[in-house]
Design a protein around this ligand. Structure first.
Ligand code: TA6
Length: 306
């Protein structure tokens, strides 16, 4: 048995619920949890507490896109699934050059706190604590992520401030959705909202559904209460996002040139992926967590045929 096999077996003995919560070694080279509920399945890597796959109904195609060029255990986040951007989104607000983009935890090892299965589905809770060095500039923060699989896939990211002073955070459930083709998909539900175009640094109002014919990188502000949905004519599928504790929604497709520069998206791979991210993006939509308090960012995903 390899070290990973032994780690998976030990976690299975402690947290496994055979047929509902099962630990295994992924072909990507790390320990994962397979959640099963009804005909749905989801796979979550301990690295980054990153959801890598979500089959919403038996026989349905994966609703999440994951690059075939990514591996676990490389020190880099897997390109795909649902990376956890925390405790900042994008570049660090104060020391951008010295810190990784999208925070400290999307490629770090999280620990399993608890698992279970029952009428509400199958679930796992992961914990993350910052190192003392990280706390020195990020604050006395801890994070917990609960992934629940039932008819929906629900993620709840709880930020706790264990310090004695308030801490401002920004964050995103940076979801890569699998789509038939970027030219045959639209995002509804953000009409009339104001967004920042990250490419032009200009703000504009969304008119009609969002469609795609070029690199698109937009932060939609103040989207609390919005119900964005991806309408995918290629796969004849609709994926609805229902969020809470979220004031921003990020919509991103790298298109061909940026995808080539990123280096971990196969040629033409950008056509089968679309990010619609449940977030709180600073400074406008940053969240201040008071001393001793917590904040929860959550999103429930529902996939239906159209
Ligand atoms: O969420 C959109 C975005 O901020 C884009 O600007 C792009 O950088 C993307 O995230 C991916 O970032 P990554 O660090 O994973 O390459």
């Amino acid at each position: 048995m390899t070290e990973l096999d032994e780690e998976a077996a030990a976690l299975q003995r402690r947290f496994g619920r055979p047929g509902a919560v099962d630990f295994a070694v992924s072909p990507l080279g790390g320990v994962v949890i397979h959640l099963t509920a009804g005909g749905a399945t989801a796979t979550v890597a301990l690295q980054g507490a990153q959801v890598l796959s979500w089959i919403p109904q038996a026989g349905a195609p994966d609703a999440l896109w994951c690059s075939p060029l990514s591996k676990l255990g490389t020190g880099k986040p897997v390109r795909g699934g649902i990376p956890i951007c925390w405790p900042w989104f994008g570049l660090h607000p104060f020391v951008p050059a010295s810190q990784p983009a999208h925070g400290l935890v999307r490629a770090a090892p999280w620990s399993v706190e608890s698992t279970g299965t029952g009428e509400t589905g199958s679930w796992a809770v992961f914990n993350m604590s910052l190192t003392p060095q990280q706390q020195a500039f990020a604050g006395m923060l801890t994070a917990a992520l609960r992934v629940t699989l039932a008819e929906k896939l629900t993620l709840e990211l709880v930020s706790h401030n264990a310090g004695s002073a308030p801490v401002a955070i920004s964050e995103a459930l940076h979801t890569y959705f699998a789509i038939g083709d970027i030219g045959r998909v639209r995002v509804e539900g953000l009409e009339g909202r104001t967004y920042l175009d990250q490419l032009t640094k200009m703000e504009a109002e969304q008119r009609g559904p969002i469609t795609f014919d070029r690199e698109t990188d937009r932060i939609y502000w103040d989207t609390g209460g919005a119900l964005p949905a991806i309408k995918d004519d290629g796969l004849a599928r609709s994926i609805a996002l229902s969020a809470s504790g979220s004031k921003s929604t990020v919509v991103w497709n790298p298109w061909s040139e940026k995808a080539a520069r990123l280096g971990d998206i196969p040629e033409e791979g950008y056509r089968q992926m679309l990010c619609v991210e449940t977030a709180n993006v600073g400074p406008r939509n940053a969240v201040t967590v008071s001393a001793g308090k917590s904040h929860t960012l959550s999103c429930s995903l529902t996939a239906t045929k159209i």
